[in-house]
Ligand binder design. Structure first.
Ligand code: ADP
Length: 406
């Protein structure tokens, strides 16, 4: 089966074409800077790369170009796009309705539209990707894989905010959590690497990229996670504040900030960028801190401290921890941050093997000492393969809903 995986965002569409069940990537790439003068397609196939400028105005146009490219006589890998057996779409917000991946029908589309209210930057482009794929491949199974679905097992005690209950009933205000496809993937891999069944592991999974979230996984299921109603809550991120005293916002409102300015402040001007004043990129911050840049150092220290607090909290939530897992850009690549974080949480039984940590760059590795009570893993996340797997299972018709627990 050939499965096309689509991740459609507001300014880019990423794609991977898989041969299943081997999960071999036949081709892939992205269209970026959609809507700008300089939009461009980057495509790889059979070990070759191909880049072409393209004036792309919308996700719909990007999808059209991607499909054309996949079936192109020169750089394509298909004779015709009808060879695509199913399309798997990443969808950010599935609200409370979706506990796993689903085959897309009109009802699913209506729900994704409904949750656009909660994820205004993400669900609309995700939906545009779905509609475009449906238009170009009307007879092909389309599947939605939700970033929220893995967190559907979080118990009420962990997902309720201490606000009037009617706000939960009226507006669905609760913790949903995100990066679920990634947390599920790395938790499953960690279980495999420990020789455990997927429901036999207690882990704290740390997805540390531009967006960052930490999840408490008990018996293979998410029972708490740091992101909330939106991806703004939790640890500080590249440009997002993470947890704040909400009264800061009222205080700033009194100083003249309106809702739009506050949203922009918390989402775009805070986090590592906000504190350091210079960059949201951990690589830059590490370099600057090394040279004595005090605010870059402070940004790193705050980031690490807040991660320590979450790991400590989740160790308490889980009772016993088998593994701490690092993934995403910082988690997979930053030897320095992993060392700093692990040294900050030795009290939960983590002992880092410094040499193993140094070697573990962008590859799967166990980086704890032999005596460590808690395993520490680096596991590159692979959201697109997780989506390809779910899409494959659904397209094979064994079930129309793939529970997040599978
Ligand atoms: P996104 O959340 O946008 O997918 P990524 O998972 O690619 O982001 O993570 C981006 C982050 O990873 C950036 O802060 C970047 O600086 C950081 N990063 C990537 N490589 C390294 C590295 N070698 N050392 C430190 N940080 C790194």
């Amino acid at each position: 089966m050939k499965i096309l995986v689509i991740n459609a965002g507001s300014s880019s569409v990423k794609y991977h074409l898989y041969q299943m069940p081997q999960a071999e990537i036949l081709a892939g790439g992205f269209v970026e800077r959609i809507g700008e003068e300089t939009s461009e397609l980057s495509h790889f196939y059979n070990g070759e790369n191909y880049t072409a400028p393209a004036k792309i105005e919308s996700v719909e146009e990007a999808m059209k170009l991607i499909l054309q490219t996949l079936a192109d006589g020169q750089v394509g890998v298909l004779q015709h796009i009808s060879e695509i057996d199913a399309v798997g779409h990443r969808v950010v917000h599935g609200g409370e309705e979706f506990t796993g991946s689903v085959i897309i029908d009109e009802e699913v589309i209506a729900s994704i539209e409904k949750f656009a209210d909660l994820a205004p930057l993400h669900n609309p482009p995700n939906l545009a990707g779905i509609r475009a794929a449906q238009r170009h491949l009307p007879n092909t199974v389309q599947v939605a894989c939700f970033d929220t679905a893995f967190h559907a097992t979080i118990p009420k005690v962990a997902y309720m905010y201490a606000l009037p209950y009617e706000l939960y009933e009226k507006y669905g205000i609760r913790r949903y959590g995100f990066h679920g496809i990634s947390h599920r993937y790395v938790a499953r891999r960690a279980a495999e690497m420990m020789g455990k069944g997927k429901y036999d592991i207690n882990a704290i999974t740390c997805h540390l990229g531009n967006g960052c979230s930490i999840t408490a996984v008990k018996n293979g299921r998410s029972i708490d996670t740091s992101m909330g109603l939106t991806p703004l809550e939790g640890v500080p991120m590249g440009t997002r504040s993470g947890d704040l005293d909400p009264a800061i916002l009222f205080y700033l409102a009194d100083k003249g900030y309106d809702a739009k300015a506050l949203k922009n402040l918390c989402n775009k001007q805070s986090g590592l960028l906000g504190i350091s004043g210079v960059s949201n990129d951990m690589r830059n911050l590490e370099e600057l801190a090394e040279k004595g840049h005090a605010l870059a150092q402070l940004a790193i220290d705050v980031f690490c401290y807040r991660i320590k607090k979450y790991i400590g909290a989740y160790a308490a939530v889980l009772d016993t921890v088998d593994a701490v897992v690092f993934t995403a850009g910082i988690g997979e690549n930053s030897v320095f941050m992993r060392e700093k974080i692990c040294n900050a949480v030795t009290q939960i039984g983590v002992q880092l093997d410094l040499a193993a940590n140094r070697d573990a760059i962008a590859k799967e590795a166990e980086i704890n000492t032999k005596d460590s009570q808690v395993k520490v893993f680096v596991i590159p996340t692979n959201e697109q393969t997780a989506i390809a797997n779910d899409t494959y299972e659904l397209a094979r018709g064994r079930t129309s809903v793939l529970c997040g627990l599978l």
